[in-house]
Design a protein around this ligand. Sequence first.
Ligand SMILES: [Mg+2]
Length: 367
Amino acid sequence: MLITDVRAHHVRIPYDAGVASFKQGASAIAAVDIVLVEVTTDAGMTGWGDAWGYVCPRSTVSAIAEMIAPQARGQEVPDAAGIPVLMERIQRNLHLFGRYGITMFAISGLDIALWDLAARIQGVPLHRLLGAQKRARIPAYASLLKIGDAALIAAECETALRRGYPAIKLHETTVPAVHAARDAIGAGIPLMVDMNCPMDGPTAIAFARDCREAAPLFLEEPVWPPEDFATLAEVRAQGGLNVAAGENACTVHQFRQMLTAGALSHAQPSVIKVGGITEYLRVVDLADTMGVKLAPHSPYFGPGFLATLQLMSLRDDGTFAEVFYMNRAACLWRGRIDIDPEGCIAVPDGPGLGYEPDREVMERYRA
Ligand SMILES: [Mg+2]
């Protein structure tokens, strides 16, 4: 079976996050941009992948058309053993365009689609192709966008708990915000704090110490610049809190640098950025070897989210799936990735990633 084409589809689904928002410059982001990667074959079978787009979806689409498709078109469809071989060859061919950022996002999209295809050809869900399923449902945490105001944060945390989420993550960088959340949710609910790389070392250490009583499960990306792993390790050692990072690391090699520096208690591979399922699995092996926990990054709603559920179902390690706390205008999966009353999401059991994207939704929201 040959790969006949690799096509990227840019889908833009508006959302409402209430009092919360993310901004780029002065304007708030008002839609989820998804870059789906469709791999077609001469046997009529299709695989679906997902490449990080966020605020550069058209650049990611171009990268797939210009860099990725020519690497894959006309190749034999690889099986599970062949995917890492093909992806290694593509990584080597494209390394001069960067081992981080859009090139790796685009590579991730192809990799996920090939794994989807390989499992579909076998007629099994991806988790069965990869190993033995340990969890059929994955607990989700509400990943709140940035709010700022302590009273509004407390109210949003309470609403998220009422909606069934068993854990919460903030995107906040002030001590009162963290304590407001903890006061609102009580002692028993896991609370995480995502900072998105704002602080120098001494400021981050002071922040961690001031947050200790709120007992966050971890601080995520507290340090600027993100590649300063030595400072991240210092914050972890001296701040007294767990430190998570890795959503912006690409390939197992960068994770090895981070873990060797002692920077992390929790590694956060993002399957649509790190290099796909192939690199994600390598990061999992590395983290296990080095005694570091996992906290996968998954605040997206395309095929990459299904891939994350499949991967998380292979481990009974108590980890939560990250779900952006927002109301979307539509779902590619007919609502089947929404949380159940206990705050869990069922792992799809169909072939490959488990579901096929809703073509009607794709067409209606095609950008
Ligand atoms: Mg994050």
